[in-house]
Design a protein around this ligand. Structure first.
Ligand code: NAD
Length: 297
């Protein structure tokens, strides 16, 4: 069994990005810039944002965190999106989800200029992804694809089962893995809350990806010997042995599943850090599209 170490790999990717950003600056360009909009003060969103800003600093991007109170109106938020769309100093931006209930996420998403949509959530980018055209890939699926590529996990002709069909993780992953790409060419089953015989379906998976958000949902009896396990879930559970009284776990019963697997991602330290690294990759790509330059890695 080998750990797919997202923490370590994301550091490698960020070092590679930093080298390219150093090169950009040596050419006399400004640094790539990522803006992040945070509405309200959801503790999980605050933590994600801190990580993103920290990563921007690490790779040499400039960034700004735009905070707005939870009672911002939808019209005000759409105005802010418009302003970021037309700001030449902003290469890419993200609006952290979830938004307060009185705001329609979809309207905000559709208002983002696809050429600055570094989260890769806009339907334009989703459509390009589905057709194998140049686009910003959604950050979490992109991170998983990079992880499979760098750890040389063979996906071609394999049975992949993805549990969870969200627009930001499960559905795009199922498309990417089935496409005719270096990482891809898999036979993919997309399972969801209405799937019947899920246990039997999972038992046939060479690669099992869980993205549903239920702690310890994937148990050892659902997993084939030698399977690759990718755990996207992030769940907070009570743990009185911790000072905080809680800890983060994935969807997979790691202790019992790991010995049966060939590769497995831990939580934390697996898919999560890869998501942030992918956001950095997308921001660099947005900059490169605007100011094309020759760079050999
Ligand atoms: P979501 O919450 O939007 O949807 C969950 C999906 O799980 C749905 O498609 C539903 O059909 C499916 N599902 C629910 N119960 C099921 C069951 N019993 N059997 C089969 N399928 C079932 O999903 P999301 O936003 O993709 O988030 C999923 C998990 O991934 C959450 O824990 C979230 O925190 C985590 N997440 C992690 C990252 C990361 O960077 N690591 C990024 C995004 C989401």
């Amino acid at each position: 069994m080998q750990i797919l170490d997202g923490k370590k790999l994301s550091m490698t990717l960020k070092e590679e990005i930093k080298e390219e950003v150093d090169f950009i600056k040596e050419q006399g360009h400004r640094a790539p810039h990522l803006s992040a909009v945070l509405v309200g003060n959801n503790p999980a969103s605050e933590a994600y944002m801190r990580n993103k800003v920290k990563s921007c600093n690490m790779v040499g991007f400039s960034s700004d965190l735009i905070r707005r109170d939870a009672d911002i109106t939808q019209a005000e938020l759409l105005l802010l999106v418009d302003k970021l769309n037309s700001d030449d100093g902003v290469d890419g931006f993200i609006v952290q989800l979830p938004l307060p209930d009185h705001i329609d996420d979809e309207k905000v998403l559709l208002a983002i200029d696809p050429s600055k949509d570094v989260d890769g959530f806009h339907p334009y980018n989703f459509g390009c992804m589905a057709q194998g055209m140049d686009c910003f890939l959604p950050a979490t699926p992109y991170g998983i694809m990079l992880m499979l590529e760098r750890y040389e996990v063979d996906t071609s002709g394999k049975n992949v089962v993805v549990i969870g069909r969200s627009n930001i993780v499960g559905t795009p992953l199922s498309i990417l893995l089935s496409r005719k790409n270096k990482v891809g060419n898999a036979t993919v089953t997309l399972a969801h809350s209405r799937t019947q015989n899920l246990k039997e379906i999972c038992q046939r998976a060479d690669i099992l990806i869980s993205a549903l958000g239920k702690p310890f949902f994937v148990t050892h009896d659902m997993v084939k010997e030698g399977a690759v396990i990718i755990d996207v879930g992030i769940n907070r559970i009570d743990d009185l042995s911790r000072k905080s009284g809680s800890r983060l776990v994935g969807d997979v019963d790691f202790e019992k599943v790991a010995p049966k697997s060939s590769f497995i991602t831990p939580v934390p330290g697996g898919v999560g850090p890869m998501t942030v690294a992918s956001l950095m990759m997308n921001t660099l790509k947005a900059f490169r599209r605007k100011f094309p330059y020759e760079y050999e890695r």
